[in-house]
Write a protein that binds this ligand. Structure first.
Ligand code: BTN
Length: 248
């Protein structure tokens, strides 16, 4: 699937409730968009959680893609966005330890720097897709540290500016869109950027169970694969809401 990417479509807002909502509104008038802000008042996170973006402390951006027939491969979008964002940040900060974490996170030095929330809405008989990305720029006001397991760009000696990240991502997207047409290549690209090597021993918690096994990467549907000690393959879907994977 190749999208018609607007050459002058970068839209900045001083503030937004949720840039995902802004993107859906923009898609009523234009075939694609990228809207961003550093102050989001009602950001949404995955699993129905809120995503906090106090003014100047987080980058919130949303990529809106043309309403069209419902794509069979919606699971590809968070994987695609994680790879694209990882590559942009790696180029901007080559000495950072960047990796992706299934299903929708980007890690800096093993801690969550960014999260991705993909949403879809019906426009008549068509479906519009919005890929929302939240990047922690600074520790939140009044907090010495971010919550355990989280990182912000201000831990870097020379953090890239929010606008630089947005522009680099914007210009990298046309080349990246082609990856969406080839899910197996996209999954392989994602695995190359993943902190868990193929075959590594892991402890998996998912769907109310915890087991020891061996990490086998993603299948072509974007499900995570773990093989247990009895050689049974466990496929975890992106919608699993109690997923935890740890090295063993
Ligand atoms: C997560 O929980 O990890 C996903 C967070 C996604 C947050 C981004 S910020 C831009 C876009 N607008 C929203 O309301 N949410 C996403």
């Amino acid at each position: 699937m190749i999208f018609d990417w607007p050459p002058h479509g970068l839209i900045h807002r001083d503030s937004a409730t949720s840039t995902n909502d802004d993107a859906f509104a923009l898609l009523q008038q234009q075939p694609a968009c990228l809207v961003w802000t550093t102050h989001q008042t009602a950001g949404r996170g995955s699993r129905g959680r809120a995503w906090l973006s106090p003014a100047g402390h987080g980058l919130a951006l949303s990529i809106g893609l043309a309403p069209g027939p419902a794509p069979p491969d919606q699971f590809c979008y968070p994987i695609f966005a994680a790879v694209a964002l990882c590559d942009v940040l790696r180029r901007l900060v080559p000495d950072g330890d960047w990796s992706v974490k299934w299903p929708n996170d980007l890690l800096l030095n093993g801690r969550k720097l960014a999260g991705i929330l993909c949403e879809s809405r019906w426009f008549g008989k068509n479906v519009a897709i919005v890929i929302g990305i939240g990047v922690n720029l600074k520790r939140h006001p009044g907090m010495d540290e971010l919550p355990k397991g989280y990182a912000a760009l201000d831990i870097l000696a020379e953090p890239p500016a929010a606008e630089t990240i947005v522009r680099r991502l914007y210009y990298s997207l046309p080349a990246q869109f082609e990856a969406l047409a080839q899910p197996s290549l996209l999954m392989a690209a994602w695995q190359q950027r993943c902190g868990f090597p193929l075959g590594s021993p892991v402890t998996l918690t998912a769907n109310g169970r915890t087991l020891d096994g061996c990490y086998e990467g993603l299948n072509h549907d974007g499900n995570l694969k773990v093989r247990d000690q009895h050689n049974r393959l466990h496929l975890i879907q992106q919608t699993c809401d109690d997923f935890v994977l740890r090295p063993r």
